[in-house]
Design a binder for this molecule. Sequence first.
Ligand code: ATP
Ligand code: SF4
Ligand code: MG
Length: 336
Amino acid sequence: MNSNILEVNKLKTTFFSRKTPFNAVDEISFHVAKGETLGIVGESGCGKSVTSLSIMGLVKPPGKVSGDEIKYNGINLLELSKREMRKLRGNEISMIFQEPMTSLNPVYNVGDQIGESLKVHKNLKGKERKEKVVDLLKQVGIPRAEEIYYNYPHQLSGGMRQRIMIAIAMACDPKLIIADEPTTALDVTIQAQILELMKELQAKKGMSMILITHDLGVVSEVCDRLVVMYAGKIVETGAVKDVLSSPSHPYTKGLLASLPKKGHKEKRLNYIPGQVPAPINWGKGCRFSDRCPYVMSKCHTDIPLLTKVKDGQESACWLTVEEGRRAPNDTIEATS
Ligand SMILES: Nc1ncnc2c1ncn2[C@@H]1O[C@H](COP(=O)(O)OP(=O)(O)OP(=O)(O)O)[C@@H](O)[C@H]1O
Ligand code: SF4
Ligand SMILES: [Mg+2]
């Protein structure tokens, strides 16, 4: 039996909006095992949201998703019709977005909004549906659930609204949740409470989760494995404990070095100098080359592929390839 709920193979998402089309997500492959939480990290513009929208079938023209497959529980989502995809979305796979105010409808009370997918996907009606919604409100830690049911989004705090978004995402007991920066808009204390709630619900329901964030601190708290993205590519992947304790890719090292240290008030102590290059400046070589302290001439001309660092950990860097070549047997050959 396949232990992966999701297998993404060579996913490519192209935007045809500019003179030169560009791949916001450029042939990335990763998987999510059943019950695990995969973190996707990277700076702004790396392609994290486009990756999640591509999985959900929510990329609109001039964007186009291609690639080998996005396999959910054995079904290739790239081959489903719009109708089949709608049946899956919000039912089997749900998404939690960053900013609840733009995702919630201001003119409906929150109870009806949570009930909507129960109506569409589970055909629940009247009293039964209301009871389920109140139960969901309680599960996401909303006090006075029967009363809050009739509130409108603007009557609630940011933290409460995000709990409502979680209730909507959880309503149909999805098997996979994709949370795109679910706590970024919240203050630090509320952030911690929401992450704790998500962790708790995930464990209780045995769901799998993709958690998108730019914050490695969040990853270390919540995730089992991690994918690091840079300029539309995956540059490192592995178990969180391995990647965070011995990062291999220079970009991951830079991200870790820029984490705020315990006891310091400043948000960031070190930045990686420079910026993520715009797609028109990606060139042929490693896309991190203009910011990398270890850059070599080869880096400007050839793009490195993901290469094994150790079991389960891979890095797309020429240094990793070179280290692999200097394996014990190679060394003996070279000196004899
Ligand atoms: N609808 C769109 N049309 C054209 N380009 C887009 C569209 N959506 C995203 N892009 C581009 O695709 C690239 C990846 O964007 P994406 O939103 O996935 O980044 P991200 O990693 O989620 O960043 P952030 O951390 O800021 O949310 C960016 O260059 C962005 O400008
Ligand atoms: S391939 Fe070269 S430029 Fe890219 S991360 Fe590795 S050393 Fe740096
Ligand atoms: Mg995003």
